[in-house]
Write a protein that binds this ligand. Structure first.
Ligand SMILES: [Zn+2]
Ligand SMILES: [Zn+2]
Length: 541
């Protein structure tokens, strides 16, 4: 079979691996590139294959960097099946439309800007409706179920413990009477993520494609995480302020609710007071996601399951409320009592959190409590880095509130977790492909794998293909179609830009019929255009 690495290759986002076997073409993940504009621009590129020829997408989990281009491939002709666990299907059915909605809003904003400079409008990557429509292609599978898709292709999904429904996917391909097995780790969870089990042990693989987000780092000890969390809330309420928690709607929000629920068992004065404070989850996406978490109990670890068996909902506690309408959300800022608000987005770039920040950042009694990584350039990062003033919803706001960061929550296994997981393979892979990380960390991680297990790793670049069979790996010498297509796309883009520039110039000249420019300037322009016309004719030949 041939594996082409189309995303998360020497970078973290855009997970997408294209596999061709004798009889089948499939993708593992079809994620979105996120972060800087150089990366997000990759989302608009055409797929280097015909989408209608793809039979399956094996989806590891719901995160947008793994699932976010499924609606795009759908509108471009993909009619196969997207195979995922039930929890992943459920979460995608809210997260992908939400992502489509964001695409529409961002494009609208961009088009207003383009219109002002006379440029033609562009279409969103896909719409909310496209995303809703593509869900009909999803098919759910259970963990541990061996699924024979074709005579020569079977797969099995195993719990990856990273987010509800996340999977490690085992793929068996039989070609020319020989079977080879490739394991795709997906994103691997951290050992102590609330609610979720630890990543499943896989016992063998011929080849392993593994994530490496924290491949060269160790997580800090986080035993005090919850204590600090409770202390910060208590101190704020004592001072008469509100606690605003910017949180990722799916995953992190439910972990916080679970951790707070767990504290109820402790009979401590501080905690008793905490449970007399109203806690609001103010994010429609977080509310829907919490419902999905409450439905997919088969993904829970032992501890979470015990609560359910005892008739106790671990994603609830007295005082917890979910706001729905924008009116209810606004009303939170008019309350006279002190409250805790958990709202999205986690990096404060969009969503209802912006209103709550506007009403609390200037109050010295309030606290903004961050519980997740803040990327460079985001409002969240500016606040964590100590900005004294920020621009928010068109206003400049002084930052007087207390800003806190609890760094203990991470959804990814660290270096020890990843190596420990590889260590449990009884039959070690012949070769490892390292993906989903930053290049420097990947090189170090490859060194650790070699040192501990004597196994060589390949760190593929975007667009590189490898032919793997039961015995060996060969880098495909066939010029990857990928760069082939991308080269053409780059030329198309240049021509479009040129066309826009020419249109703009035409408009300017039309307005200049009243001869505001000197005639000699127009003559010069005519000479230049004559030359351009000549070279254009040459190009077209
Ligand atoms: Zn993930
Ligand atoms: Zn990821």
């Amino acid at each position: 079979m041939k594996i082409t690495f189309l995303g998360a290759a020497k970078t973290v986002t855009g997970s997408c691996y294209y596999v061709e076997t004798k009889s089948t073409k499939f993708l593992v993940d079809c994620g979105m590139f996120q972060g800087h504009s150089k990366e997000t621009a990759l989302n608009a590129e055409a797929f280097p294959f015909n989408p209608s020829e793809i039979d399956y997408i094996f989806l590891t989990h719901c995160h947008i960097d793994h699932s976010g281009r499924i609606p795009k491939i759908y509108i471009e002709g993909f009619k196969g099946e997207v195979i995922a666990t039930q929890a992943t299907v459920d979460l995608c059915s809210i997260m992908l439309p939400d992502c489509g909605h964001i695409q529409e809003i961002e494009t609208e904003w961009l088009n207003r800007k383009r219109q002002r400079s006379g440029k033609h409008p562009i279409a969103p990557l896909y719409t909310c409706q496209d995303a809703l429509d593509c869900i009909k292609l999803f098919r759910s599978v259970k963990y541990g179920e061996l699924i024979q898709l074709k005579d020569d292709l079977k797969v099995r999904y195993n719990d990856a413990g990273h987010i509800l429904g996340s999977s490690i996917i085992e793929v068996w391909v039989n070609e020319n009477g020989e079977e080879s097995k490739v394991v795709f780790s997906g994103d691997l969870g951290n050992k102590d993520i609330p609610i979720l089990r630890d990543p499943s042990v896989i016992d063998s693989a011929d080849y392993l494609v593994i994530e490496s987000t924290y491949g060269n780092r160790l997580h800090q000890d986080k035993t005090n995480k919850v204590d600090r969390f409770v202390d910060i809330i208590n101190e704020t309420i004592e001072r008469g302020g509100n606690v605003i928690i910017p949180s990722f709607a799916v995953g992190r929000t439910q972990e916080i609710i679970y951790d707070l629920h767990k504290q109820r068992e402790k009979f401590d004065e501080k905690l008793q007071r905490l449970f007399s404070i109203p806690v609001f989850v103010d994010s429609p996406l977080a509310t829907s996601a919490t419902d999905i978490f409450r439905r997919n109990l088969d993904c829970y670890d032992e501890e979470a399951r015990k609560y359910i068996e005892n008739g106790d909902n671990p994603l609830d506690f007295p005082g917890l409320q979910f706001t729905k309408s924008p009116d209810e959300s606004r009303a939170l800022n008019e309350r006279k009592d002190n409250i805790i608000i958990i709202s999205a987005s986690g990096m404060c770039e969009a969503g209802r959190i912006k209103h709550h920040l506007k009403h609390n950042l200037w109050k010295k009694e309030s606290t903004i409590l961050f519980v997740g990584y803040q990327a460079i350039g985001t409002l969240g990062r500016k606040l964590v880095d100590g900005a004294k003033k920020v621009k928010l919803l068109g206003e400049e706001i002084n930052v007087n509130a207390r800003i806190e960061m609890i760094d203990g929550f991470s959804g990814h296994a660290d270096k020890e977790g990843l190596l420990g997981w590889i260590g449990k393979f009884k039959k070690k892979p012949k070769q490892v492909f390292i993906v989903h990380g930053e290049e420097e960390g990947m090189l170090e991680f490859a060194g650790f794998i070699k040192e501990q297990f004597g196994v060589e790793s390949i760190i593929p670049s975007k667009g590189e293909s490898y032919i793997v069979n039961a015995n060996r790996v060969i880098q495909s010498t066939e010029k990857p179609e990928v760069s082939y297509t991308f080269k053409r796309l780059a030329v198309v883009e240049m021509m479009e830009t040129l066309k826009e520039e020419l249109d703009e110039l035409t408009e300017i000249l039309k307005l200049d019929l009243k001869q505001e420019k000197e005639d000699y300037e127009i003559d010069e322009l005519r000479i230049k255009l004559k030359a351009l016309e000549k070279s254009m004719v040459d190009i077209l030949r």
